[in-house]
Design a binder for this molecule. Structure first.
Ligand SMILES: Nc1ncnc2c1ncn2[C@@H]1O[C@H](COP(=O)(O)OP(=O)(O)OP(=O)(O)O)[C@@H](O)[C@H]1O
Ligand SMILES: [Mg+2]
Length: 291
């Protein structure tokens, strides 16, 4: 099966901008015409909530059900209101998943198996990119995301000195590569909540660029209250901010850099016009009418 490129947005430190980045990078890729799937692998379900898909009721299939029942990921894929952007929402039972995974067969690869399992619609293969939002800890759920990923995007908030946490993340990834056959590498470190008037921003940026060189994205995400407000309106930054907004600018620049780093070829489809589905995309994602 054609495998979409899988990008995990990960950092076990909480509140560094993982969800904001996963949602807005996915939206930016979709707007550039890449068929994009955002997978919410966080207990908090914040990415699902931002895209207006919360709460998901018990009977609906979501990522938690996919992992608990070992179903194809396809079962949990829903269309969003944005062209080219689909979502696999987290689900309320996500909190039970870590415990379940602990005793599952091939426990680090349950998500990868779900991703690669061909459902009747062969939906996963129709995506160009899968973006995974991960949880703020290095439990089995996050390990499953890291093992399935081709590449990692690591948001680093300019609010504290991050080196110890990044060392732990780097060691975890290395261990997964050696012991679990993971192949993901860090695509880049992304500075978030950047305010260059603040000493801590200058220090974190200097430290990171010195330590990781060009692994640090040139694009940075500036501190911007619109990022706090957008999720409560269930909007991405592209819908929430006016046209020349700084948040939109920042995530567009990040998206361009991601496209260049990954060598993604520009897709045929262009948002926001909802074009016809390609012929091989015969069975569309379930349209969402929940809640
Ligand atoms: N560039 C930014 N400027 C200002 N606030 C931001 C920025 N990016 C994110 N935020 C806000 O900071 C908080 C944490 O961001 P976010 O939820 O994206 O982080 P996270 O790493 O996903 O958190 P968690 O680890 O809890 O999942 C949220 O309230 C978010 O709206
Ligand atoms: Mg989050």
């Amino acid at each position: 099966m054609k495998r979409p490129l899988v990008v995990a947005v990960a950092n076990q430190k909480g509140g560094v901008g993982k969800t904001t980045t996963a949602v807005n990078l996915a939206a930016a890729l979709a707007m550039k015409g890449f068929r994009t799937l955002l997978v919410d692998m966080d207990i908090q379900g914040s990415a699902s909530a931002t895209l207006g898909l919360s709460p998901v009721d018990e009977s609906c299939v979501d990522v938690a059900r996919v992992l608990l029942d070992e179903r194809p990921l396809e079962d949990a894929i829903c269309e969003t209101h944005l062209a080219n952007l689909s979502l696999a929402p987290a689900g309320e039972r996500m909190a039970m998943v870590d415990l379940h995974l602990a005793s599952a067969y091939g426990r680090e690869r349950v998500f990868e198996r779900a991703l690669l399992a061909e459902g009747p619609q062969r939906l996963v293969a129709t995506f160009d990119v899968v973006v995974i939002d991960t949880a703020p800890y290095l439990g089995l759920l996050t390990v499953n995301a890291l093992v399935a990923a081709d590449t990692l995007l690591v948001p680093v908030s300019c609010e504290y000195l991050p080196m110890l946490g990044l060392k732990l993340l780097g060691e975890t990834v290395e261990r997964l590569r050696q012991r679990a056959g993971a192949r993901c590498e860090v695509m880049g470190y992304l500075l978030t909540m950047v305010d260059r008037r603040e000493r801590i921003t200058v220090e974190v940026e200097e430290l990171l660029r010195k330590r990781f060189g060009d692994k640090v994205f040139e694009a940075v995400i500036r501190a911007n209250t619109h990022h706090k407000a957008a999720p409560s309106h269930r909007k991405t930054i592209f819908e929430h901010e006016p046209e020349k907004g700084r948040g939109r600018e920042d995530y567009t620049a990040l998206c361009d850099e991601v496209i260049a780093r990954l060598g993604l070829r520009r897709a045929r489809r262009k948002a926001p016009v909802r074009g016809p589905k390609p012929a091989d995309d015969a069975a569309p994602a379930r349209a969402l009418s929940r809640g």
